[in-house]
Design a protein around this ligand. Sequence first.
Ligand code: ZN
Length: 186
Amino acid sequence: MLSRRAFCNCASLALFAAASGKAHAAVGECAVLTPALQKSVSPADAIARLQAGNTRFSSGKTINCDLMQQVKETAAAQAPFAAVVGCIDSRVPPELVFDQRIGDIFCARVAGNFINNDIIGSLEFATKVSGARAIVVLGHNDCGAIKGAVDHVKLGHLTAMLTNIAPAVVSTRTSGDRNSKNAAFV
Ligand SMILES: [Zn+2]
């Protein structure tokens, strides 16, 4: 909540929000980010903003914005405040679990939320080129990709993809079985 308050204290944002006349949320909550606003968010603020969003999501108090209005307001440019590397798992969509909307965050999603040259290149675009202030790697419980890597699954292109996760599996210690039946290991 701290970062949101800090955001709303920004005079230019307040003016921007007032001009856009949102109907479904408090003033400022649905304002899309501008490069100046993005720059005013510290990396710690960016993390706090995501944590606050997750608190809203967890408590069923998500912000209801006019998404088509945000589409219009971001049509010419975007200035997301953070980048997320997440799994493709249907139960962990970053925008939803962090209660974010159009233009708020970059999301790179790949099964098992690992990084390779393609993902790192995407993050370099998100941060160096587009100015995102923080990167979050979002793992989750009961991940099918991690289970597959743990069990050395062989299937089409999945075989090669899982080799990205294999180093983490090898370096993880457990006193139990080294397979997906060992939930603690997974
Ligand atoms: Zn997963």
